[in-house]
Design a protein around this ligand. Structure first.
Ligand code: AMP
Ligand code: FE
Ligand code: FE
Ligand code: ZN
Length: 283
């Protein structure tokens, strides 16, 4: 009997990663280059609340044979709990999605000031200039950059420590800021011809929240994520199948900002990637 031939070809599209346009440590062009080096065929850069990497990364991808589709990860709130939504394959150019990104940028500026005020009240002086020094983008500045400023000033022992003691959800210096709802975000994504996906459902711990999200008009769920083991996906795959939703996947790579998660550690299968790509191409 001849040995089974295993095809060296395996399609992998990492549809969740962050660049210097938000809180990642590689530029969009560096991310595309890394994707090509590790043999990914597809990629989406999903920065927090900004589409700044587009459209130029799509062209970068073409040069390196990596198909890049538009993506973004929105920070939303449902019943006072933080929920992240991934949007894919939206139309580039002037759509309602761009207005939403601008709203987020303002929300972040106000919220950061409020967090710095809380830290000040607790005896930790971080100025707006200190924060700017840590930020890699003017539009998307957030808690990872505040954590870096706290570390640089010696107020915490690590970035984790900053989240655990001060700025993690529910901690003493945490501020949620303006609430932009899940429903509203889905509506804007759809009005911009995009598809709305529940990001990392494994991280939604609040009782009943997933059930409520399943009742909203999403198009898919991020069933494969980061370093989660294969059997952890089953629950999400079953739910996505039941809803007739897309089952996407990605690493949530942030580069040096989260050094334990490599690019491509989770990915989206070829059939699903094709659906997203065809959706984008149809605009
Ligand atoms: P923000 O968008 O400003 O609310 O910050 C959220 C980001 O902070 C997430 O996307 C992560 O990149 C990062 N983050 C959240 N929790 C932690 C944590 N415990 N340790 C390190 N980074 C974290
Ligand atoms: Fe992040
Ligand atoms: Fe997220
Ligand atoms: Zn992410």
């Amino acid at each position: 009997m001849s040995p089974t031939k295993v095809s060296p070809y395996m399609f992998r599209a990492d549809l969740h990663c962050h660049s210097t346009c938000s809180d990642g440590s590689l530029t969009p062009a560096e991310l595309v280059k890394l994707a090509a080096e590790i043999g990914l065929q597809g990629l989406s850069i999903t920065d927090h609340d900004t589409t700044e990497a587009y459209p130029s990364v799509i062209e970068e991808g073409k040069k390196l044979n990596v198909t890049v589709i538009p993506g973004v990860e929105f920070s939303c709130v449902h019943n006072n709990h933080s929920v992240h939504i991934l949007a894919y394959a939206y139309a580039l150019g002037d759509t309602p999605l761009q207005g939403l990104c601008q709203r987020h940028s303002l929300r972040r500026a106000k919220r950061n000031s409020a967090i710095l005020q809380r830290l000040r009240e607790d005896g930790m002086e971080i100025s707006e200039a200190d924060l700017e020094e840590q930020a890699t983008s003017k539009k998307v500045v957030g808690r990872p950059h505040i954590a870096k400023a706290l570390l640089a000033k010696g107020y915490v022992t690590s970035l984790q420590d900053a989240f655990k003691r001060y700025i993690g959800e529910g901690q003493q210096c945490y501020v949620q800021g303006e609430q932009i709802t899940v429903e509203e975000t889905i509506e804007i994504i759809h009005a911009s011809k995009g598809l709305a996906i529940i990001a990392h459902p494994h991280l939604v711990h609040e009782k009943g929240l997933i059930q409520e999200l399943l009742g909203l008009p999403f198009d898919g769920m991020e069933c494969y994520y980061g370093r989660y083991p294969a059997n952890a996906h089953d629950r999400w795959l079953q739910l996505a199948k039941k809803k007739g939703w897309l089952a996407t996947g990605g690493s949530d790579f942030h580069g040096a900002a989260k050094p334990t998660i490599p690019l491509g550690i989770s990915w989206t299968p070829e059939e699903t990637f094709k659906v997203l790509y065809n959706h984008y191409s149809s605009h």
